[in-house]
Design a protein around this ligand. Sequence first.
Ligand code: IMP
Ligand code: MG
Length: 182
Amino acid sequence: MENKVRVNGMTFVPYLTAEEIQRQVKRIADDLRRDLEGKDPIFLCVLNGAFIFAADLYREVNLPDSVITFMRYKSYEGTSTTGNVKQIVGLYEDIKGKDVVIIEDIVDTGLTAERMIADIKEREPASVRFVTLLHKPESSRNGFKPDYAAFEIPPKFIIGYGLDLDGKTRGLKDIYVLENED
Ligand code: IMP
Ligand code: MG
């Protein structure tokens, strides 16, 4: 693990090690495997941030009849009075009647998660579970609670293990926090 990571003129310091992350990934995977036993779940990895977490989690869950697919969630500045329009991009699979497990990197305000679940439910799955690597409960604006969270963290800005700053730092194996933000 690096002592410091500098990106875009900002300094980040170590926060969660690769070992700690993998331990929590295993814990969540055990919970999911137990809760999904006897089902044929479809995992939905939310790109881009969750791709590394999803790869590790999916392999740990190791349910032979499960499938994984990927989608993006885009927000647009709306031109109408409705304001922000969020939209699922690239989910072509029929999820009707399926047990869906959404895999996200981080829940901050909870607004994206709430909207995403509402959109998914319109496609009439049998059930929807929401898994996140990181949850910032103090940032919540809607009381949304993920069904599974590997870590609950304070409202600090973090990078690494899929999480980015302007698209950078996703490849870091550990997670780092913005310096002097404790
Ligand atoms: P929210 O829960 O609707 O506020 O949106 C969460 C999204 O904000 C995540 O999917 C990330 O893209 C981004 N985000 C929130 N906190 C962080 C952070 O600490 N580092 C990197 N991205 C973050
Ligand atoms: Mg995200």
